[in-house]
Design a protein around this ligand. Structure first.
Ligand code: SF4
Length: 344
């Protein structure tokens, strides 16, 4: 898949006070990409789009370069202690994107150039919890990989965490542009996880993202470089032929990692997440992708009440049980050493 190239770049004037900000603006200008100044990275104007679907697509091709002023980090329970704010948004166009309800009608990608300040706050938060280990999540509101080739923000962050005894960093991606991360001294303190799915699901719903094969190949490179590695199979979809397709996916992973020892394979984790949606997500999806054939049939679903007052539609218990049994037995057969962390 071709690397992400923005159609337009919007930058805050203050971003030019930072070397990274100046370099980025100059790089994009040299590439012939339209660059314009904006007053604030929170009030972004200048992204076209008359219909919901056009606004969405233009947003996805817009890169905003900003300076993060807030000194607080959001918490990230239950998977980590804090979100690490380096990038928001993503160039992918997955119909069921978990960020879709938070990023607004024009979901631009935003990066922060004051990484040293962000890591300074990170350091304080780590120190406050010593001797406990503090976990930071780098993809709570983004897929940070597509812009990494320009920013190097993940690389800088991985390098920072390598030297932190009492902290760990992790992020998840569907992208494969990770070669720049391979040579970094990470000290095993950063876990990289790849979100994978059957090729049929990727082709139908995960627009502008790499194929399953490309993701698995990238995962292998990351593993060869000694990074702790995980796979998220998500969202698991129930459709005619699903069982064979997920078995093929798991076999492909198993084949790709066949030459590693059982001990090494025992380090690979799997998280299994079935498809779910909220009413709000369904409305958004139908607005942006009016011709979607994403199954959101309430007959197949059970409504599960959420802790924040809004619930979600998960698969019926009998379907969930079938999926869980099938995937666990398949993993057990083809990758018995791998650690399955959970199925939801
Ligand atoms: S790759 Fe992830 S973050 Fe990006 S659009 Fe798809 S689901 Fe959303």
């Amino acid at each position: 898949m071709k690397p992400f190239v923005p159609r337009r770049v919007l930058f805050e004037e203050r971003a030019l006070d930072y070397e990274l900000g100046r370099n980025l603006v100059s790089t994009f200008r040299k590439m012939g990409i339209e660059t314009s100044k904006i007053a604030s990275h929170n009030r972004v104007t200048g992204i076209p789009g008359k219909t919901a679907s056009e606004a969405y697509r233009e947003g996805k091709r817009t890169l905003v370069i900003g300076v993060r002023k807030e000194k607080e980090f959001q918490t990230c329970k239950p998977s980590a202690h804090y979100q690490l704010p380096i990038v928001t948004g993503c160039s992918g166009m997955c119909e069921y994107c978990y960020l879709a309800t938070n990023l607004g009608k024009k979901p631009y990608i935003r990066i922060y150039v004051n990484i040293e300040e962000v890591l300074g706050i990170t350091k304080q938060l780590i120190q406050e919890r010593i001797p406990e280990t503090t976990l930071f999540e780098g993809s709570a509101v983004s897929d940070p990989v597509p812009v990494e080739r320009y920013t190097g923000l993940l690389g800088t962050t991985i390098d920072f965490f390598a030297r932190e005894e009492f902290a760990r960093f992790r992020f998840v991606t569907k992208f494969t542009d990770i070669d720049g991360l391979l040579g970094i001294e990470h000290n095993g303190h950063t876990t990289i996880r790849f979100s994978i799915n059957t090729q049929k699901v990727i082709e139908k719903y995960e627009h502008a993202t790499p194929s399953a094969d490309e993701r698995i190949a990238a995962a292998r490179k990351v593993f060869e470089s000694g990074y702790p590695l995980g796979f998220l199979i998500a969202p698991i979809m129930y459709y005619p032929g699903w069982e064979e397709d997920y078995e093929k996916l798991i076999k492909d992973v198993s084949q790709t990692f066949r030459d590693f020892s059982p001990e090494q394979k025992g380090e690979i984790s799997f998280e299994l997440i079935s498809h779910r949606y909220t009413n709000r997500a369904k409305t958004n999806i139908l607005e942006v992708f009016p011709h979607t054939d994403l199954s959101m049939e309430e007959g197949e679903r059970k409504y599960k009440y959420g802790q924040f007052g809004y619930g979600k539609f998960i698969y019926r218990p009998d379907i969930m049980q079938t999926m869980q049994t099938s995937l666990l037995s398949c993993l057990n057969q083809h990758l018995p050493e791998a650690r399955v962390l959970y199925f939801v």
